[in-house]
Design a protein around this ligand. Sequence first.
Ligand code: SAM
Length: 248
Amino acid sequence: MPPRFYINKAIDTGQVIELPCDTRHYATRVLRLKTHDKIILFNGMGGEFSANIINIKKSNIKILIDQHHDSEFESPLNIELAQAICTNEKMDWIIQKAVELGVTRIQPISTNRSVVRLSAERVEKRLRHWEKTIVSACEQCGRNHLPPVLSVLSLADWLSNKKTEQGDQQFNFMLSPTTEKTLSNYPRPASDAKILLAVGPEGGFTSEEEKNFLHTGFTPVRLGQRILRTETAAMAAVAAMQTLWGDF
Ligand code: SAM
């Protein structure tokens, strides 16, 4: 597999472009790419482009875009992962793995027991950082569409938005270790259905928050009989959905 790079602009076959400077070090020092090497470019606008390196210098890497390929590797499931904000390393890990496992979008939510509290300025910084994590996960796993990470919302605001959006084709799950039902108790969602998956923070959701989920039409589901860490729970639930109803 030739290495894949994300380009944040419209590109077309026959064009000569420069690789963005923030990827130059990775391309030359880590991947040790040379003139005539093949690479893949994608810009999130559909499909990917095969391309050739035509010139490598310290100051720039020139690429000739060869062919467009209509390939897409998106999951058939439309999953919004609402992840309670947890420590920075765990959030990075969850976002990276959620992209690999095929989620459609990621909604970070602040909850009563979230240990990390982000100021408005820190939220912006984290969002930029998470977007970079998403780009590198897509470069690595082959997705040609970047799943968005949405701006942080309080759980109450996110739930009230969902209340107004509610439609028939929506499956709303809240992970709760103390409930009875599991994901396998539910049928495959229709192909246009949206799945919302809410995962609690390290200390779990409070009982008030759990009540709020129930009032908003969420179904609590359990993953086995053991208490998982928040990052394990999120990934196990997405992998289980892909196995039950998606493309695993
Ligand atoms: N004592 C907390 C509680 O009872 O919720 C444990 C929180 S757990 C470490 C963090 C989050 O992961 C939970 O809020 C839940 O969303 C999810 N989780 C962990 N284990 C789970 C399980 N076996 N089934 C469903 N969700 C689970």
